[in-house]
Design a protein. Sequence first.
Length: 224
Amino acid sequence: MIIIFLILNFLTFGYSVSFANSIDSTTFRDNPNYIQELSLFEVYRTKQADIVLLGDSNIKGADWGELLGRKNVVSRGVVSDVIEGYIARLNFVFNLEPKVVIINGGLNDVYSWIPVEKIFQNYVQLIELIKKRNISVVVQSTFHVIHSWPQAEDRNKEIDILNLVVEEYCKKNKIPFLNLTPMMSRNGSFKLELTNSWGHINGRGYKIWANELDKLLLILGHYK
């Protein structure tokens, strides 16, 4: 019933960000990874990047320039970060004057027991803030977790709902949405063969992800 309610509510009343025009939590700032990464973002020497990948540990976990074979790519990933944290550090994206920002996130939000409705509101605010800078946005689906993670079945169902409403929003607003679930999940859980010993994406998984993203970037006109 919650899926039906969310879809009907969003389609009826639209995707306004007015209800989420401010960050109402600072818990992400207590994340030591957040503090560390922002201190590095402040001293990195890159002045401009055409493509910025914005996300959490899944973005942080690989060298995206190497993966995509591109020199104009910068990662702005923070381990354990949530969407509110993305919003609060957008200045480290905007100062690179990118042509496109690629977003992947939401998993830590779900595992922080933030309601899907609120995660969605934050996601919309994030996207709209980027679009206001005349920067193209690509949104990627939120990854499932492997079945052995705590409360995996319950959390993966929440992730399915989040992906559904975010994809609907993207379709309505003509924002590219890269659905990675068919390639990366099986039976509602992340594929074990695409993870390392601590349940995060391994090289094989990143190769699949990068190949799909590269196809989309080429379609969108971002040539190597």
